[in-house]
Design a protein around this ligand. Sequence first.
Ligand code: ADP
Ligand code: MG
Length: 307
Amino acid sequence: MKLSQLGEFGLIDLIALREAKRSDTLVGIGDDAAVLCPKSKVQSQKYTLVTTDALIENVHFKRKGLSFFALGQKALAANISDIAAMGGVPTHAVITIGLPRTIKVEQVKEFYRGLNHLAKKHKIDIIGGDTVASPRELVISITLLGEVEKENLLLRSTAKPGDLICVTGVFGGPASQKYLIPHTPHLVRLTEARFIAKAGLASAMIDSSDGLARSVLEICKASKVGARIFEGCVPAAKGATLDQALYGGEEYELVFTVPKSKVQSLKSKVKMTIVGEIVSSQQGVKLIDKHDKIKPLKSGGYEHFKR
Ligand code: ADP
Ligand code: MG
């Protein structure tokens, strides 16, 4: 079978069939980060979080005209966003770079300047990595560790029918800019995510790296629920179409669910928009347009191997 038939998400589903066996693996494959409760931490009030993300030249970015400083920031930001989506804070990173001979030392230095800048800002220690040659394209892989107080952990799998679906920020900005450059990562919602987690009002959370529609579908899949998204409520970025806002991706915003009774209290503290509600799984995941017409929510977003 060809990879393009299965797609990235179909392939991950295949891989995920192997269940976690160790008692200290609380959450394995299937959330924004894995959640571990190491034995030494059983008495502690915190879980360890682990996430990893790769950036590949000509898939995620083009080298021509690229700011290596921005690339360094973006590579780390994508990982920070996954730790944030669990309600946690990032702590330690390991960085692997595969370098073609055509890369200049100055470019590697700029990449690390960007990376270190963001690491310093969020008090992340870079504790190791690997440096290897790559035949043609630049490859970056970062693994980030983090921690979260047990009571602040937020999963994708705990949304309930009746909860409202809320988001930070606006959507479709990166998709409406036609070029493939790393977008400024100041939009990583670590502060907001921590606030949402500590408030103890949300029931589930995910980051929107693969697009708003995809995030809602992932919450629904993990929580075994359905959803209704109201087209008219989706906050689109200036110049972005509704399709770009729903299916574009690369925003690194937060998508989270909040029980109806708690939403006012959270709304007074965090800048957020309500875009829909969680319903039972039988009702499916639907889009409601301005004329109250029900349409299916497409999976959309970027999926590796599919194009
Ligand atoms: P995110 O976009 O939040 O980084 P992904 O969609 O990349 O999440 O991954 C979804 C889940 O699948 C995560 O738990 C991730 O760790 C896991 N996963 C992805 N690729 C692999 C792989 N090759 N082997 C094992 N687990 C994987
Ligand atoms: Mg994620």
